[in-house]
Design a protein around this ligand. Structure first.
Ligand SMILES: NC(=O)c1ccc[n+]([C@@H]2O[C@H](COP(=O)([O-])OP(=O)(O)OC[C@H]3O[C@@H](n4cnc5c(N)ncnc54)[C@H](OP(=O)(O)O)[C@@H]3O)[C@@H](O)[C@H]2O)c1
Length: 286
């Protein structure tokens, strides 16, 4: 595993994180298998897990994924950095955003309890709420940090303008946006270069396109041929390409099966020259 500094003042973390969402939403595995997958991630050297209070089936079992992670980490000797999120709610299983400061405070306190900690390593604002000024939502997280309930603050599903607004309120350690072979928005929108310039950790989510799209990764563009040429799976190829693009990148692949995260984690051992990065990009779907 390769380790990198997380954010301008953050700790050294595994370059690959583990995305916990698939272990708690529809299609999730039984709890024992889910814990085995989390342990496989740790055994592969991953010390960074991404979760959210809203990773559950619906609001009757809110904080499901955080409780699962707490259970999986109990008795393990590694220090694991757990990044959680607030601002999403799941009425009847739907996904809604509620970024009102009072709701974010309540959510953060519930996450502390679910994870069994006094201070959250990283609290990310899951998404902007169009009904609430962005600075007010970010301000609620800043207040939680002043109170010692949160170590670092991150934001998710944002533009460069959101990042700038947030940084006027409080230091921002990380940005989490969708980035994969089919959705290369962070490269085009300026978010990836902004994060690189300011040493803000950039966390690509759904790096394989998401659970539904992941099985087709090897048939997109010329990814299959390129990965065979480099003797690595298409999953490793994509993660290694992202890691090579910037030292601030921390992809968080998800997996329900332990063998998948064990395999994907090997991506952190690869390194590419500029010419190799260009060859991989030429193989991505246009
Ligand atoms: N901030 C946000 O708004 C947001 C939104 C979505 C996701 N996320 C975060 O991003 C994480 C990852 O995203 P995601 O789960 O949507 O999708 P993803 O990481 O793009 O894809 C996950 C799928 O890839 C498969 N996979 C993993 N490694 C593999 C391998 N080596 N070979 C073959 N298949 C492999 C897994 O299959 P199996 O399940 O069969 O193992 C899983 O279904 C989430 O867990 C969550 O933490 C954040």
């Amino acid at each position: 595993m390769q380790y990198r500094q997380f954010g301008p003042e953050g700790p050294s973390l595994s370059a690959l994180g583990f995305g916990g969402m698939g272990l708690s939403i529809t299609g999730r595995p039984p709890e024992e298998a889910a814990i085995q997958t989390i342990h496989a991630a740790l055994d592969a050297g991953i010390n960074f897990i991404d979760t959210a209070n809203a990773y559950c089936l619906d609001d009757t079992e809110f904080n499901h994924n955080e409780r699962l992670i707490q259970k999986a980490l109990a008795g393990r000797s590694e220090r694991v950095f757990v990044a959680t999120k607030c601002a999403c709610v799941r009425p009847g299983g739907a996904w809604r955003v509620d970024g009102r400061p009072a709701q974010l405070r309540t959510a953060a306190h519930a996450s502390l309890k679910a994870l069994g900690v006094d201070c959250l390593d990283l609290l990310q604002l899951h998404a902007p709420d169009a009904r609430v000024p962005y600075e007010e939502s970010v301000g609620a997280l800043a207040k939680l940090r002043e109170e010692g309930k949160v170590k670092y603050i991150g934001i998710s599903n944002v533009t460069v303008s959101h990042i700038e607004q947030a940084r006027r309120v409080t230091p921002i350690a990380s940005v989490q946006n969708r980035w994969n072979a089919l959705d290369r928005t962070p490269e085009k929108s300026g978010v990836l270069s902004y994060c690189t310039k300011h040493s803000i950790a950039f966390i690509p989510y759904s790096p394989f396109g998401g659970t539904r799209e992941a099985p087709t990764l090897g048939v997109l563009g010329k990814i299959g041929a390129e990965s065979r040429r480099r003797r690595m799976s298409p999953y490793r190829l994509i993660l290694a390409w992202m890691l090579a693009k910037s030292p601030i990148v921390f992809p968080i692949p998800g997996a329900r099966r332990d063998e998948n995260i064990t395999e994907a984690a090997k991506a952190a051992d690869a390194s590419f020259t500029h010419a190799e990065i260009a060859a991989i990009e030429a193989a991505l779907p246009s």
